[in-house]
Design a protein around this ligand. Structure first.
Ligand code: HEC
Length: 447
């Protein structure tokens, strides 16, 4: 289970402790060093994106990359800007969390204050992370992985402009043929982008109706400017991976379902970078091994169909869903545009104070992803899940794409803002009922 970076970190902590025991009078004024302590932390938390190939604008893998930017890095860490992680501490723990612990942050600060000492290279504390720094997929040799790719490359334009921002067209939807005659039980999804520096969050879905292909074929260029929602299947119902690509791992005991004959649909969000980039992305899927028992996840959609705002208007939207049968909540996927500034998902039960399931105080759709709970949460029949999105259509919202503000009128069948609750029925025979319920709830909100 331990990836090499974690092992390195653990070993270097143990060595640090051993040194303290051996020379306690030295421990007080011994500053942390790059080779001893800081390098492994930076590589674990930063190099995934800042490795020269990922979405980060510069490398942060070696002392030479980090030391010249030390004060900038300190500022960015103290302001909690990096590593990008949206959920607030007011809520449950997530598995794919990427923030630094208070101890790690304090250590990096001490290292920067001490003038970024390099320290002695020793065999255990430092090694080239190579590919290990990226969110690598641990593929069980016995399980075959499946691949799907874009049918043809598409060039991400160098600049935004009218065409880009008119209807917030900073996204494009592509179809990736998969054509499995059998339904698939998926445990791991890895998204590989050829242009990680421009690519933000990517929302995935499966389409077994052929409608996604009809939609993209209607467009002159590869892909489509339409959203990745296909009928009542919301983009993201197969998960959202973070900027530049990455891996979504579903915990053991659960899986994502892909119907037989489906194609994959990816709604890619991007940010122009002043030069064109060629997008020719692919997806790797790892299945649950044959014979292993696992429960299907169903996406329950808590949605706000319409978002209407006057210029400079600030407004909250609240939507609710009542849980129809006992389920285990495994992950949550939020969606809202850049005019949304914060959101909160709360569970409400009789006689118990409301419980936070996800709270994001500074919403930034570029960094959204599927948040996988450290431990699934059992939701009972009649629990109410209430979601509140706060919108700010003024200049005070730094992400408002149109300044001075213009009226906003958004509408989407599966929600202009939504939260997908990835749930597995406690009783696996309830899966079909839960799917029917999810669909009926979305239909009901159209009326
Ligand atoms: C998920 C990918 C990701 C991770 C992990 C990450 N960064 Fe970044 N970083 C970015 C991107 C993308 C940018 C470009 C600015 C932006 O898009 O917000 C950036 C920008 C920066 C900047 C410039 C800040 C600015 O406002 O332009 C610094 C400094 C930085 N990162 C440091 C770090 C450090 C230190 C870590 C680890 C503790 C880290 N980053 C982890 C993606 C990441």
């Amino acid at each position: 289970m331990h990836d090499p970076a974690t092992v390195t970190l653990i070993l270097s902590c143990l060595i640090g402790q051993a040194q303290q025991v051996a020379a306690p009078e030295m421990a007080e004024d011994t500053a942390p060093t790059w080779h001893g302590d800081v390098g492994p932390i930076i590589r674990t938390h930063c190099a995934e994106c800042h490795d020269g190939r990922g979405p980060g604008p510069f490398k942060l893998t070696d002392h030479d990359d980090v030391a010249p930017r030390a004060l900038f890095i300190k500022h960015v860490l103290q302001q909690d800007i990096m590593p990008p992680w949206l959920p607030s501490v007011n809520g449950p723990e997530f598995r794919n969390k990427r923030g630094l612990s208070a101890e790690e942050l304090a250590l990096i600060e001490r290292w920067i204050d001490a003038g970024t000492p390099l320290g002695a290279r020793h065999d255990l504390g430092d090694s080239d992370p190579g590919d290990d720094a990226r969110e690598d997929v641990v593929i069980d040799e016995a399980v075959e992985s499946l691949n799907a790719s874009m049918r043809s490359p598409w060039e991400v334009p160098a600049e935004g402009g009218t065409r880009w921002f008119k209807a917030e067209r900073d996204k494009r939807t592509f179809v990736m043929p998969l054509a499995s005659p059998e339904p698939l039980r998926i445990r791991t999804i890895s998204y590989r982008s050829t242009a990680p520096i421009v690519v933000g969050a990517t929302a995935l879905a499966a389409d077994s109706t052929g409608n996604a292909r009809r939609m993209v074929d209607w467009d002159q260029e590869p892909g489509s400017y339409m959203m990745g929602d296909i009928g009542f299947v919301p983009a993201g119902s197969l998960g959202v991976v973070g900027p530049g690509g990455g891996t979504l791992r579903i915990p053991d005991g659960y899986h994502l379902s892909i119907p037989a004959g489906s194609e994959l649909v990816s709604e890619v969000h991007f940010r122009p970078q002043g030069r064109p980039w060629t997008l020719n992305d692919s997806i790797e899927l790892v299945q649950v091994p044959d014979g292993e028992v696992s429960r299907a996840l169903v996406a329950l959609n808590v949605m706000q169909r319409k978002i209407e705002l006057d210029p400079d208007e600030r407004k909250s939207f609240t939507s609710e869903l009542t849980i129809p049968q006992s389920v285990d909540l495994v992950a949550l996927t939020p969606r809202a545009s850049r005019r949304c500034v914060s959101l909160a998902v709360v569970r409400i039960r009789d006689g118990v104070p409301p419980e936070s399931l996800l709270q994001i105080d500074d919403w930034n759709p570029h960094y959204r992803r599927t948040y996988v709970l450290e431990t699934p949460i059992r939701l009972d029949v009649d629990d109410r899940i209430e979601v509140t999105w706060r919108y700010d259509n003024s200049e005070a919202n730094p992400r408002n794409p149109v300044v001075p503000a213009e009226p906003v009128s958004l509408g989407a069948r599966v929600g202009s803002a939504n939260i997908l609750l990835m749930c597995a029925p406690v009783d696996p025979t309830g899966t079909k009922d839960l799917q029917d319920f999810a669909l009926e709830e979305m239909r009901r909100r159209q009326r």
